[in-house]
Structures are given as structure tokens and as C-alpha cells.
Design a protein around this ligand. Sequence first.
Ligand code: CA
Length: 480
Amino acid sequence: MRYQSRRCAHVGPKVNGAVHERFAVRMVWKQLAREVGQAVERYIASMRSRHSMPGTLVPSWAVPFKPGLLAVAVLAGCASGPSTTPVSTPVSEAQPATPEVAAEALTEQRFAQWVAAFRTSARAAGIDDATLDVTLNNVQLHHRAVVADRAQPEFTRTFWEYLDGVITERRVSNGQQKLLELRDQADAVNARYGLPGPVLMAVWGIESNFGGNYGNVPVFDALTTLGFEGRREAWAKTELMAALKIVQRGDIDPGRMVGSWAGAMGQTQFMPTSYLAYAVDADGDGRRDIWGSMPDVLASTANFLARSGWRAEEPWGVEVQLPASFDPARADQAVRQASVQWAEEGVRTMDGSALPAMADAMVLQPAGARGPAFLVGRNYRALLRYNNSMSYALTVGLLSQRIAGGPPVQGAWPRDLRALTRGEMIALQTALNQRGFDSGAPDGQMGPATRGALRAFQRSAGLPADGFPTEELLRLLQTP
Ligand SMILES: [Ca+2]
């Protein structure tokens, strides 16, 4: 639960669907935080050019501001007032009063104010002082997390490139090995929640590489930083409050409460609200430990998916072959029916055997009409609740299939195609709109509106309406 779908991977808070949250409340702090955030970005940009850093920030965002330098800067900044020093002036220990350092100090001040205001509201909501002291007294602002959170990468990967990176032979064999080691626990969880062991291993393997990397950012640092930054303040405050409740209940020592920069925690990356709703104490020690107890990790993950609609009697999905007459416009999440009805349309498994029973299934063609096809049902949609990304949910299913000893994808990916850049996606959306196919405001993201508009254009041009963006379609759209 760490990534957001716009990177073709899964980036962002997911369990709660907060990626799509809309914030109606505009608070003064939000505007302040935005201004400060912009100042921080200018500062980082100036540092980057000064030190000839590459255009992309290295992911060492976890380095907090240096308090010592800040203490000097606060004093210097207060003494000198607004500075008119050119931005190109080099920063050095001897010249602490540059605009960049002053901006950094101001940011720290405002961050402290934000935390103090949040603390007041948390106390009013029933969090005791002991909990507030141990969680919020030493939180640190991670300014690079802010930059990463706002990043709009120009280049994205295709689904098959993402799949190649996640489903490696090593990850498959590690998943099989872990399942052997944890067989008794996995069997118990399956009996209780209806979640097969290979699926749980796949989620665990993707979220944290089987516990090898679940992040080491203190959760309270991550969430106060994101709340202060302001773009998702309401969401971050809700998660912070949930995190405080977890500590107050005594489930976990706050020093062990670490995770990703987005606030996702533990071996399978639960957001705090999801933890409160779904975490389970399976080993009976009275604590729900999704960091150190594998029975708790497996049961919590299974409970989340079971409560999200996973059905024990259905598979995650199945790769299928489509009849030659299949209209690719029917490979759409809005077109759902039982496997039996898909079979009547000529949809078959790869070896021609009967389709598994799925009550409410849809066809997915993640690489368009030229690529492989999958039939997925409610269990796929349960995985979307974990992380609202087609790439994520399909990859969990395919990895679980490999861990269970099943085949890799058998259809051929159209590897001659490449993902459109963000700029090209905006051009595609703009051209669609100009031609009267409404794709909404161009944002560089492939969403349902863009897909629908692209399909309408393809139909008008007598092309298979798969809604899959390619360079060729972009050229066609831009040709008068
Ligand atoms: Ca426990």
C-alpha cells in the first residue's frame, strides 16, 4: 500500500482510497503550508543546480533538516528580516542568512506550529498527554518526502515492464519458500478467512519484499510532514489521529512504528485507519503487531481482503483467450457478468478448459487489444481496495499464480509499444477534446474519461476500440 497508480506501479495511500479524496475545507494552514512548500522546492532546486545534481532527486528524502544549522538560521533570519540576496549566492557555513536557509528556518517554525495545532485537536479528541508526548514531541519534517509526494514523473512504464520488475524468478521462489516455512499459519488463516496462502505471500512479497523492506520512516514523521505540506492535509490528519489511537491502546511501541514515507506501516503496509479497522491479534499476545508477528501480519492482511469482498470459492482471475469477433470495447470495468455468460460469448481459458465460476466478472486487456486478456471478478476488486491500481491488483494475482506453481502470462505483450510520456498524454487528451471527444481537463493521467474518449475516436476511425494510448494513435489524432 505504498505507491500511486500514476506510476503504473502503486504509489500512495491506498487502503483508504484517499488518493481520490476531495477536500472541501480550506484552512489557513493549508495555504501557509503550500507557500512554505514552494519555498522549500525553490530551495531544493537551487541546491540541485548548485551541486550539479541530476534532475531527479535521489530518494534520500528521509534526511531531515539539520537542527543545528536551523537554530543559527532562525536567529539570522529574524535579525535580517526579508532578504534581497540573489538566489544564486552560494550557501556556506559562514553565510547562514541566505534566502534558502531563512526559508528552511521559516518552514521549521511553521511545521512546529502545525504540529502544535494538531496536538491541540488530538487532545480534544481524547488522546492523552502521555501518548502525545511520546509520539509528537520529536517529530521531524522530511522535506524530500514533500517533493516526492508532489512529483509528476514525465516517464512511466508499461504494464509489462512493471510486471517484469515485480514478478522475478527470485521473488517467485522466495514466495514459495516463505509459504513452506509459514504453512501452518497460512493454513489456519485460509481456514478462517478464505484467503489462499499464495495470495497472502504475493501481497507480502510486493508490499515489502517479504518483510525485507517495509520502510524505516517513523510514522509520525511521515504523517505530520504530509499533513503540514497541505496537499492531502485532511487525509493525513485522519491517519495521524488513527496512529495516535494505536499507540494509546498499547498495540505497538511508537519507536517501532515505522513504514513508508506515505505512512503505510509494517510488513504488508497498512495505513493507520486500516490498521484500526482490520488488524488482528492472531498470536494471542494482546497486541496487533504487523511489524514483528507473522501470525498477526497474515491474519490482518487476510482479514482486510475478506472484509473487502474476497470470496474463497473464486480465484483471483484467469488468463483467457478471446474470440476473433470480440469487441475490445467490452474489456471494460463497466461490463460485468458471470463467467457462464462470458463463455457463451466464446471466452476460453488458455488451455480450453471451462472458465472458473465467477459471479461478477470483467475482461481486462492491460496492453490493449494486441495484448493478453484476463477475466477477473470480485477478488480482483478486493485487491483494488488494498491498492486502487489495475497494475497492482493484476500483479498480485499473477504472482500468486506463480507462487502456487501455475504458469506465467502466456499471451504475448506488444513489446514494440512504449508508454506515452506525461507530455504526450496531455497532447493526446488535448487533441481528443479538440476533435469533440471529451476526455476532461488534460492532466496527463489515463483515467476512465480519457479511455472512453479514445474509444469513441477509435470507433469513429474504424479502429478496434480498446482505449489503449499509443504513439500511433497520438499521431493520427494530431493529423488534420
Ligand atoms: Ca499479537
